[in-house]
Design a protein around this ligand. Sequence first.
Ligand code: CA
Ligand code: CA
Length: 584
Amino acid sequence: MRIAHAVGRWSIPALMVFCNALHVAAAENETAAKPNVLFIAVDDLNDWIGCLGGHPQTLTPNIDRLAKSGVLFTNAHCAAPACNPSRTAVMTGRSPHRSGLYANGQKMRQVLPEAELLPRYFTKHGYWSAGSGKILHYFIDAASWDEYFPSKQNENPFPRTLYPKKRPVSLPRGGPWQYVETDWAALDATDEEFGGDWLVSKWIGEQLAKQHDKPFFLACGIYRPHEPWFVPKKYFEKFPLDNIQLPPGYKEEDLGDLPPAGRRRGPNRYFAHIRKQAQWKQAIQGYLASISFADTMVGRVMDALKNGPNRDNTIVVLWSDHGWHLGEKQHWQKYTAWRVCTRVPLIVQAPKGTPGLPNGTQPGSRCSKPVNLLSLFPTLTELAGLPKKSDNDGPSLVPLLKNPEENWKHVSITHLSEPGSYGLSAEGWRYIHYANGDEELYDTQADRYEWTNLAADPKQADRLRELRSLAPQEFTKFVPAKDESLPKLKWRVATKTKAPASKPIDKTFDVVFINQQSKPVKIFWVDRKGQSKLYGTIAPGKRKRQNTRPGAVWLITDSVDKPLGHFTIGDRRAQAVIPAKKSP
Ligand SMILES: [Ca+2]
Ligand SMILES: [Ca+2]
């Protein structure tokens, strides 16, 4: 009616301007109160950041500055101590023991085909969602994002990155059990020549420098300090090798008080190999250099935010997907339930006017309540004033952002890859439970490095009972990856030389042999002396599942025992495809 009335007095162009203004005003009403979200994930960063005090030599001025401007959670833990399950839990808001995704070898979209991820949820509620770098475990999940750099099309989240031509550089290969990326070196390159995270932070910075017509959910995945620890040499030069200090949590004799399941988790071949090669300090130097590089990239992103038009209406979250062992409990890498592996940096900064936190976060706050990365989803939706997603498993952290001393009844659970094995973090205490019933208990106030297992101490019986009662009781079944999504072993065509002898080592797992030939093939295990032992025949087009170990050699022959080729088993489950014969 009002517009009809106006037509009488206004010219058509003026009316169009008026209508456009009305439209813009309505859109602004819808989005004006909605803050942007800058979501920074750092890969494999343990508590070696200045503000968490994990290593006395670490240099992280940019992350420390961010911590000072928001709330630093000093007792935050991952949902699982490995990339895939940790990141899946963050992005779906679902705990591994409910989703069934516990391990790196599983495939998120096989286990959770329908899950609506954080960026898609924000898009659904009026946001523009974009990302760059590693957010999920080596894929993008294109349908969950409006935009991605480098490109949604090929599902590869990494921009070009400089790698040394000849590898390994510093750590010789110890055997087939070894992850190919465990290596370190200073590169004679600038940040720009190195690329990788530098390009990620550049693209993210460009988005932050723009005025957008919708609020944004912008995810920045920094890949270092994930292995390999190759970064430009200026980062190595900050940590002269002669001065490198060993991890403060390292204790030579630390395993005697562990139950059998803990003792099996601790010592691994990586650490023994690194010490044998006299590379421990070099490796620590590589990790510190990689952290310093990652911190510099975070600084570039924060500077872009500060100098751009989105400075005053953007929530910033920084988290790492899990911790990392550099020798503590004779372990190298991840996959354990100890605090060094479950504890992560977590920082949240919210500006004034945030719908779920009108006063914003108080600069310089620290919160020591036990929290979990599972809480990021419900925290961000509450902060942004979006409806709560009904299947989120974690509690929102907004009460702790309001008051870090708030009475907090929750504990934080970190699930290992075997359902029923987990670490539980409470205030001042940690409890570890293995699926076989083994237990550990630590007083983290008195013993931050978990050197003294108190599970057998009769004085702690009540505490043990209480912590047990706070743990989950039911665990969703592990959903293994489908055969066709497993990595492929290299097929080595038979030559005049015999297939090499097996050097089997470590734990067993299954490999799937797939016969793509038009005739049956036989599979033989080549034993430690080079003798072949028949394990079966695979009909054309069929497959055979075989339990085996890293370093084992499997010879494939035709039906009259003529060798066709062989496979050497690597460090994980895989498919061994016997290719069709090329037609002559
Ligand atoms: Ca990781
Ligand atoms: Ca001990």
